[in-house]
Ligand binder design. Structure first.
Ligand code: NI
Length: 188
């Protein structure tokens, strides 16, 4: 297993739609194992293929709610259905989101309260998960990555401006930037 470099916003692979997984082979198993290791090292609650430079439709997640019951898994070729996204201003404390591809930053964003994920696992076997609250948020965030969308692309005007400033200040927003968990001192 290996920790993989995480691409930073501006890298083209993060901003284009990913392709369906068609080969369920040992290479895919290795990739997923490496993604779990990378997500743990970052640390993060989710990591999508494009974030490690692989333009395929899969993500891993690791959700540990305060009340216990860790949810950890891989979703390959996922579909996602969500309830309507609430309108109004996002709450800075309760709804701030981060992304390992915009490391160290957090901005508030409204998300649907509930989501239904349908995907296949490493054996190509189909499964469904109903999620609510923060777990549903993780699914929405990771699913977006597969369509080339980052959460900062969804921010309201004022937060988008804050995000753009932070990205420019860090020298990101152009191809070729990445960071390596455990080596580079960045936090998503
Ligand atoms: Ni992300």
């Amino acid at each position: 297993m290996a920790i993989l470099p995480i691409r930073i916003t501006g890298d083209p692979v993060l901003h284009q739609p990913a392709l369906p997984v068609t080969r369920f082979d040992d290479d895919l198993r290795t990739l997923v194992a490496d993604m779990f290791e990378t997500m743990a090292a970052a640390p993060g609650v989710g990591l999508a293929g494009p974030q490690v430079g692989v333009p395929l439709r899969l993500f891993v997640y690791n959700y540990s709610p305060d009340d216990g019951g860790e949810r950890r898994g891989v979703a390959i070729n996922p579909e996602l259905w969500i309830t309507p996204t609430p309108t109004g201003e996002a709450d800075e404390l309760a709804e701030s989101e981060g992304c390992l591809s915009v490391p160290g930053e957090r901005f508030p964003l409204r998300r649907a309260e509930r989501a239904l994920l349908r995907a296949v696992d490493l054996d190509g076997k189909s499964f469904e998960i109903e999620a609510a609250g923060w777990f549903a948020r993780i699914f929405q965030h990771e699913f977006d990555h597969l369509d080339g969308v980052l959460y900062v692309d969804r921010l309201d005007f004022l937060n988008a401006r804050r995000a753009t400033k932070a990205i420019v200040k860090s020298g990101w927003g152009k191809p070729g930037n990445s960071w390596l968990p455990g080596v580079d001192d960045l936090e998503g």
